[in-house]
Design a binder for this molecule. Sequence first.
Ligand code: 1GP
Length: 237
Amino acid sequence: MTSFPRKQSIALLLDPDKSFKKLEETLRVAVESGIDYIMVGGSLTFNRIDLLIAEIKNRCSIPVVLFPGNLLQLDLEADIILLLSLISGRNPELLIGNHVIAAPYLKKVKEKTFPVGYILIGCGTKTSVEYISQTESIPMEKEEIAVATALAGELLGLKAIYLEAGSGADRHVPLTTIKSVKENVGIPVIVGGGIKTGKEIIDLYGAGADMVVIGNSCEKDPGFIAEACKAKNLLSE
Ligand code: 1GP
């Protein structure tokens, strides 16, 4: 299996329903800034994800990571395919049902399929992913539940934990939650949702995030991609 994610990496999340208009500019800045991965996926499916992936691959060689919001978003052309289990929830379709449907299809690309424990942390107002998944987030202050859930994911053999505040969340996952999860599991921790500044990215790495995912802030201002990468590079200097 491809090793994923690289330590202290940044993934730019492109939602196929939002990103087509500014795609050229966004990818140009992503390449110039040295973004590590481009993730694609979203809660709804107005547009075809395969077209977006093809377009990205035409324009640059940044690895594309599929972050499917549902079965309609499965495209085997991505370089890495996240097989997400929504382990903070109790919706059986998102714990095993969809996986059973997808598995024979994914069998052809086992080496690039990467099982991830997806954990929603409530960080403010209700997010699309909570509504669409019909699951409840773990309350922000219940750190011990987040830790126990991440540990369960690791023991079940998942290869990374994704701590998700939700796209467009008021604030990112608390640093103390990231730190506690990181101290308790031996697999990479991905953090996304509500990240708005370069300083936050430095703090998230400091707390133990291996990869951070940025979406909305770059949607509003592609210049944020450069700011985020600059923050990452400050750490390696
Ligand atoms: C959502 O974590 C990602 O799955 C990105 O969130 O759009 O808030 O950056 P934002």
